[in-house]
Design a protein around this ligand. Structure first.
Ligand code: HEM
Length: 401
């Protein structure tokens, strides 16, 4: 056998052994007595690629091998994934008992350490208190509803007879409507510039937290810096002026209630978090609702009738009121069914603050717990014929008195 072939075989064998040893080392590193079964993948990377790329198939494949509760390593942390509906309900009802919100490190670093989804205890209470006044039920009724109506009228006004890319349009809608509610009055190039870079924030939050140029994470962090600089300029400009604004930023800045007062860093983290939280969620829900309405003409007709009935009792310039919204039972049913059927959020993440016992297993301190709820939305015991788009199943939940 020529020497070159022997060298090739030798190198291949060496690489293979090295990879096998690295994987083994990662398994040993995270092995503890009493933790759920599963695999941890490669050092640092874990099983992130499969977790992100295969999504639900990754989960199903793991469940077939290890059952409803298994371990993995994804997005930079060891994680226990629960696909057990009973256990998921238990965890969500027992927040605080050794489990706190625990989103990926990349998400925390890009949205900011003070973002409301990251903090807990007294700080969570303070931030929640400061934002409830402008996104709570009263604010929705008196301010957000008419403002969104105004925005939608101008957003939709020239769509007639045009071919629309609904994915693109719903993304624009979700971004610009929250931007307008958060920092109104800024000129439209300001909003456009923000939108142009915002996708980097979104892709960065679901990536491995390895700061190497060219990665989504790196771009996300760079974008965060730009966003902070822009928002700081707006804060300074507003402080130098006596003008007031009917937007969320103004309310955060001028909050007089000492109990809920936020500093500039905390304000900026919340602004980035609001833009982020309402972006993919709202745009995907809207896009899927349009698709389901298109596929279900009878449902579409009911929604149209409901809207035309409301329109008939109003003048064209009258904005939507809370009473109108209360009458939109068909519309709410479509939204609820879209959220279920399209599975907008697959699950929520928590982090253990101490060793926690779940279903007879021990979850070590500092590990993530992924409460995977996607399957619950297709459980035929909860939702008969779960793969049918059937808004009527929500009738009782959608009646507002
Ligand atoms: C279809 C739309 C939406 C869906 C499906 C959705 C889903 C969720 C879910 C499942 C959580 C709980 C996360 C957890 O427990 O860890 C959450 C929390 C949150 N959402 Fe949304 N969301 C939507 C729209 C929005 C919008 C428009 C905003 C804009 C302000 C927003 C802001 C937040 C915030 C700030 C939290 C954290 C609350 C806290 O920690 O107390 N969401 N959302």
């Amino acid at each position: 056998m020529p020497i070159i072939i022997i060298v090739y075989y030798g190198m291949a064998l060496a690489f293979f052994t090295l990879f096998a040893l690295l994987k083994k080392w990662n398994e040993v590193r995270y092995s503890r007595k009493g933790i759920p079964p599963g695999t941890m993948g490669w050092p640092i990377f874990g099983e992130t690629a499969g977790f992100l790329k295969q999504g639900p198939d990754f989960m199903k494949c793991k469940r077939a091998r290890y059952g409803n509760l298994f371990k993995s390593h994804a997005l930079g942390s060891p994680v226990i994934i629960s696909m057990d509906p009973e256990l998921n309900r238990y965890i969500l009802k027992n927040e605080g008992k050794g489990l706190v919100p625990g989103y990926p490190v990349s998400m925390r670093n890009i949205l900011g350490n003070n973002n409301i989804a990251e903090v807990h205890g007294a700080l969570h209470k303070r931030i929640r208190g400061s934002i409830l006044s402008f996104i709570g039920p009263a604010a929705i009724r008196d301010h957000l509803l008419p403002e969104v109506d105004k925005f939608m009228r101008s957003f939709l006004h020239n769509w007639a007879d045009k071919t629309i890319d609904i994915q693109d349009k719903t993304k624009q809608m979700a971004f610009f409507v929250s931007m307008k509610l958060i920092v109104e009055n800024e000129p439209s190039p300001f909003h456009e510039a923000f939108k142009a870079i915002f996708d980097n924030i979104v892709s960065g939050t679901f990536s491995l937290p390895i700061k190497i140029p060219g990665t989504n994470y790196f771009r996300g962090l760079k974008t965060r810096k730009k966003v902070i600089a822009t928002l700081k300029e707006v804060l300074t400009k507003r402080r130098c002026s006596s003008a007031t604004h009917a937007d969320i930023l103004d309310q955060l800045m001028r909050n007089k209630d000492f109990k809920y007062k936020l500093n500039d860093e905390e304000i900026i983290d919340q602004i980035i978090t609001f833009l982020y939280s309402g972006y993919e969620t709202v745009s995907t829900t809207t896009m899927m609702a349009v698709k389901y309405l298109h596929d279900n003409p009878i449902v579409l007709e009911k929604v149209r009738e409901e809207h035309f009935a409301i329109q008939r009792r109003k003048e064209p310039q009258d904005l939507i009121s809370w009473d109108d919204y209360k009458d939109m039972v068909q519309t709410r049913m479509v939204i609820f069914e879209t959220l279920r059927y399209a599975n907008i959020v697959n699950g929520v993440l928590r982090k253990t603050t101490r060793d926690v016992e779940l279903n007879g297993f021990t979850i070590p301190q500092g590990w993530r717990v992924y409460i995977y709820t996607r399957e619950t939305n297709y459980d035929p015991n909860l939702y008969p014929e779960p793969f049918n788009f059937n808004p009527c199943r929500w009738l009782v939940s959608c009646l507002i008195t």
